[in-house]
Each structure stands twice: as structure tokens, then as C-alpha cells.
Write a protein that binds this ligand. Structure first.
Ligand code: AN7
Length: 354
């Protein structure tokens, strides 16, 4: 075993609220790749650098693991009897895995039929108590908030401040790997916890003099689920990006502050733009992310077309979750059906294809 610390708590301990008494849980989250774009960027400006922060490489396939390891560690420290969350899928997958790792019971409350099958499978296989409700994420979260109080359970949604603390480590990694700070940081926005976390991370790194500037934070909601952009709660949010089908984000006000402080923006992209970016990433960059993640890249393309970038800008897009979470969507968007041929016709089929 190498002596390098593994997991975000061990790596960034000095920036995190842990003590000698905190039992640390880790599944080796973090240190996800920052992959330079091959095509994207060149199409609209040869001199800007675009990178993808591939959070789908985390142990349960999404960025949630960074915050969940800390939230579960702190739940253990205070000897919680169980944890609970509402989820559009990834939070429940992550909570279920980290809970299983330490033997802490996990209950997840999810909108019935609205979460990607891979994520549901994760909660099930890790042994969580899965409660599906007829109602969307916002309804699930309000129920969870109530029950957490009446039944004294620990909430591990991003209203739990330890989630944000853990997630800010992604900003540290971006700076550590780039050796500087990006000009712009693009990411999808649902509850707005992650944009809040990145901004906290960048600010703390600047205070610690690890970086000397701050990026502009660029958050993108799906057009059918864009309460922050519209300035009002969306009662029936709708989007193909099921992870961000959220109508009343928990960190709404904080996200508005992030945008104001960083001179960034929160804007929206249509489902068509999201799916366009999703397939483009898969076909031209070799990166399979889930639809919600592609909202960051759809946002980048939207801003590029509006002429926002200047020479030598560095842009990071966070790809929040892995494409394998939602294979149904991948099969539904492709215009290339698979072909069935008899074994003896394979050679001929290849000749015709090339
Ligand atoms: C892939 O799992 O809210 O703006 O319950 O799974 O921090 O909410 C997921 C959110 C982006 C939005 N990309 O992040 C949940 C949940 C993916 C996500 C977001 C989510 P936030």
C-alpha cells in the first residue's frame, strides 16, 4: 500500500471540520481526472483551454461521494442511529454505499419512477431502505426534513453543511492539477449545493494563498426546471436530466450570492441542448456522462455562441455523474440502432460499414 493519503478527508484534512475523534470513512473518493478537451473549444476559439472534471470516476459514480464521506463520518461521530435523504438518485446511491461501508442504516426517499435505474440499483444493492413516493424531489425533501426531526435521523442532503465541506475539495483538486485557477467554472445546478461548494473551495484556497485569483462561476439549470433563473419556485419541474429535476433548490440564496461575488451567472439550457452536449461528449471526447452533467457543457456552448470567451481563457466543466447511471437514456438518444446479422454475414457487414 502506498503511503499517499487516500480519500478527500485524508488529503485535505487541514481544510475540513474533522478532529482526532472523527471516525473517517472513505471509499477512495476524489482525485478524479481533469481531462483536456480534444475537440470542444477548438470549434469556437483555438486559444481557449477546456477541461472536464470527471466526477463520474468517484466510487459510486458521482460527485456526491466527496461530501457523503464527510457527512457519514460526522454522523458516526455523533452516533446517529440512521441517516436519511431525499434524492433524484445520486445522493441516495452515495449515501447507501457509505452507509453500507460502516454499517449505518440508510433510508432514501425518492420520486417513484423518476430516477435513473442505475442509481436505484445502487441503493437497492447496498441495502438501503428505499421508499418511493408519488411526488417529486421537492416533496420528498420536505417530507425528509420533517421526519429527520421527529425521528431524530441525520439528514445527508446538501442542507447538511458537511456535504458542502466535502464537495469543496473538487475545487482544490482543479487548482492543484492546473497549477492555477480557471477563468470560468461551469457546472449543472439542481439544489445548487455543488456550485456553493466549489465557490467555498476556491475562496478558501485563495485565503490560504494557494491561488491568487478566483473563477467566474457559471451554473446551468434545465429550462424546464429553472427556478433560480426564473426567480420563482417551479411546481412541476420537467427535464430529461432527471438528476436536476428540482423546482425549489435548497441553496437558492447562496447560489445567487456565489454568482454575484464571482461575477458569474446562473442561466438555463434546453433539453435539446443538454442531449446535444451529452452525445457530443460521448462521440467526440470519449466521455460518457449522465444527461444532467452535460448541462455544464451545454452552457459552455451557449456562452461560446454568445461570444463570451477571450483568447487564453481556461474553462473547467464539471461532469457530475457517470453515463452508466442511466443507460436507458443513452439507448433512447442514439440514432444508430444496433444491427443483428447472422454470424457468417459479419465480415460483409463490416465491409459495407467502412
Ligand atoms: C449528476 O442526488 O440532488 O446543484 O438528490 O446528481 O448540488 O444539487 C443530485 C444533483 C448535478 C445538481 N449533476 O447538483 C440528488 C441530487 C448530477 C446530480 C446535480 C445532481 P446540486
Amino acid at each position: 500500500m502506498s503511503n499517499l493519503p487516500h480519500g478527500v478527508i485524508a488529503t485535505y484534512r487541514e481544510f475540513l471540520p474533522v478532529t482526532a475523534d472523527t471516525p473517517i470513512v472513505s471509499l477512495h473518493e476524489g482525485r478524479t481526472p481533469l481531462i483536456a478537451a480534444r475537440q470542444l473549444g477548438k470549434t469556437f476559439s483555438p486559444s481557449i483551454s477546456v477541461y472536464f472534471k470527471c466526477e463520474g470516476f468517484n466510487p459510486t459514480g458521482s460527485f456526491k461521494d466527496r461530501g457523503m464521506c464527510l457527512a457519514i463520518s460526522k454522523a458516526l461521530e455523533k452516533k446517529a442511529r440512521a441517516v436519511i435523504c431525499a434524492s433524484t438518485g445520486n445522493t441516495s446511491a452515495s449515501a447507501s454505499a457509505y452507509g453500507a461501508r460502516v454499517g449505518l442504516p440508510v433510508c432514501v426517499v425518492i420520486p417513484e419512477g423518476q430516477i435513473a435505474m442505475g442509481k436505484l440499483a445502487q441503493a437497492v444493492i447496498h441495502g438501503a431502505k428505499v421508499l418511493q413516493i408519488k411526488g417529486n424531489f421537492d416533496v420528498a425533501l420536505s417530507i425528509v426534513k420533517e421526519i429527520a426531526v421527529t425521528q431524530s435521523l441525520e439528514i445527508v442532503n446538501s442542507i447538511n453543511p458537511f456535504r458542502i465541506e466535502g464537495q469543496k475539495t473538487a475545487a482544490f483538486e482543479v487548482c492543484d492539477v492546473l497549477g492555477t485557477v480557471p477563468t470560468y467554472h461551469f457546472l449543472p445546478v439542481g439544489n445548487a449545493g455543488n456550485i456553493t461548494a466549489y465557490w467555498k473551495g476556491y475562496r478558501e484556497y485563495k485565503e490560504a494563498k494557494r491561488i491568487s485569483a478566483l473563477p467566474k462561476m457559471m451554473g446551468f439549470q434545465a429550462a424546464g426546471a429553472a427556478p433560480i433563473v426564473l426567480g420563482r419556485v417551479v411546481n412541476n419541474p420537467e427535464t430529461v436530466a432527471s438528476a436536476i429535476r428540482i423546482g425549489n433548490p435548497s441553496s437558492w440564496k447562496t447560489a445567487e450570492n456565489v454568482v454575484a461575488e464571482s461575477a458569474g451567472t446562473i442561466d438555463m439550457v434546453t433539453d435539446d441542448e443538454i442531449l446535444g452536449a451529452y452525445t457530443m461528449l460521448a462521440e467526440q471526447e470519449g466521455i460518457f456522462c449522465e444527461p444532467a452533467s452535460a448541462a455544464s457543457v451545454a452552457g459552455l456552448l451557449k456562452m461560446a455562441h454568445a461570444g463570451m470567451f477571450q483568447a487564453n481563457d481556461t474553462v473547467v466543466c464539471t461532469l457530475t455523474g457517470h453515463g452508466l447511471k442511466d443507460v436507458d437514456r443513452a439507448m433512447a438518444v442514439t440514432s444508430r440502432p444496433t444491427t443483428c446479422v447472422s454470424a457468417e454475414d459479419v465480415a460483409e457487414a463490416i465491409k459495407r460499414w467502412l
